[in-house]
Design a protein around this ligand. Structure first.
Ligand code: DGJ
Length: 346
């Protein structure tokens, strides 16, 4: 009898802990009950398991902890797997008062390695480079390979350039990775001191740009002088889509999305996908990733964003919203206090 009672109790607790719906903007605890720390994050689906990588801001702003990784089979219940790249895993310049932001991970089938890219910066935000780290396991530990700026291009450098782009190449800040169906990977990042987005094809190992870099062939400037951040690309029916935010620090702003037949452009800006109250601030959040929703519908996606809390960055929240791509490349992003997979069966 006693055994039966404890089994029932355990089952009850377990059932209680299981989340069955997304609650955008609410505290999102992991399976240990602690708030998830994976800001500016991205998802990797590998062998039926989702991995969520992001900035661990437990100690507030800057790289004081490192890149955390969580695993899940249902995208709702996340188990903390620890730090995939602890702060000490990157050069000193990028720890404590430096930053290690917007980490994203791809799996390279050829090399069987997990490759992480991130935006690394020093305190004055002048190094603005891409960091690359590699691991044999999805959960890490990732081994830091180095940092650089993938593309050098004369866009008409400012005369006094504290980021030294003439010598070092265009700055590398808000970023994302995208793996295409043909196995080729791309980095999207805010370059030219956040004025222009770059899309750059990666080499076969995914550890650097494809060489030689040739504009129009291996990389391109897109949304030129538009000042976009938070790039979140995805593909649907052979077309490429890119969500992005404006550039206003931690303050939320209006989102926009663009569409292209070719990943290197031309990209057509379609405008703000958000509708309804607080659309003008993307529901007080900033894009970080777009994930194809699990299930049969190929037009169903999840928009992932950060609701930053600049006064207390560790209490920044996650805004995940469902959307579908409608005919004519139309996307409508609507707020929901709570949603589950049934939204896609309507
Ligand atoms: C906006 C970026 O999107 C964030 O990742 C972060 O770098 C903040 N700026 C810092 O102000």
């Amino acid at each position: 009898m006693r055994i039966l009672i404890s089994v029932l109790l355990a089952a009850g607790l377990w059932a209680q802990g299981q989340r069955t719906a997304f609650e955008p903007g609410a505290v999102w605890p992991d399976t240990d009950g602690k708030p998830i720390q994976a800001h500016g994050g991205g998802i990797l689906l590998h062998q039926g398991v989702y991995y969520w990588y992001g900035e661990d801001k437990t100690l507030g702003n800057f790289n004081r902890t490192g890149v955390a990784v969580y695993s899940s089979k249902d995208l709702l219940n996340w188990k903390r797997e620890g730090l995939a790249l602890p702060k000490d895993g990157v050069p000193e310049l990028f720890r404590e008062s430096g930053v290690c932001e917007r980490p994203k991970v791809l799996y390279n089938k050829r090399t069987k390695k997990f490759v992480m890219w991130m935006h690394l910066d020093d305190q004055p935000y002048a190094v603005a480079s891409a960091g690359v780290a590699v691991s044999d396991r999805a959960v890490g530990p990732f081994h830091f390979e180095g940092y650089s700026r993938p593309v050098k291009f004369d866009f008409g450098y400012p005369e006094k350039d504290r980021t030294n782009q003439k010598e070092l190449g265009g700055t590398y800040r808000d970023m994302n990775l995208f793996l295409d169906d043909d196995g080729r990977a791309y980095a999207f990042y805010s370059s030219e001191d956040n004025w222009t987005m770059y899309v750059v094809r990666l080499n076969a190992e995914f550890t650097g740009p494809e060489l030689p870099v040739v504009q129009g062939k291996t990389w391109q400037r897109i949304m030129v002088k538009d000042q976009r951040e938070g790039p979140a690309p995805f593909k649907y029916k052979g077309k490429y889509y890119l969500f992005s935010s404006a550039c206003t620090g931690w303050k939320p702003n209006r989102a926009s999305y663009a569409v292209a037949e070719n990943i290197l452009g031309p990209w057509t800006v379609k405008g703000d996908p958000s509708v309804g109250p607080e659309a003008e601030t993307t529901f007080r959040s900033q894009s970080t990733y777009v994930l194809p929703a699990p299930g049969k519908r190929k037009d169903a996606f999840i928009f992932m964003a950060d609701r930053w809390n600049p006064e207390k960055l560790q209490d920044s929240r996650y805004v995940w919203l469902p959307f579908v791509v409608q005919p004519g490349d139309k996307i409508e992003l609507k707020w929901a206090d709570r949603w589950d997979w049934s939204v896609f069966s309507k």
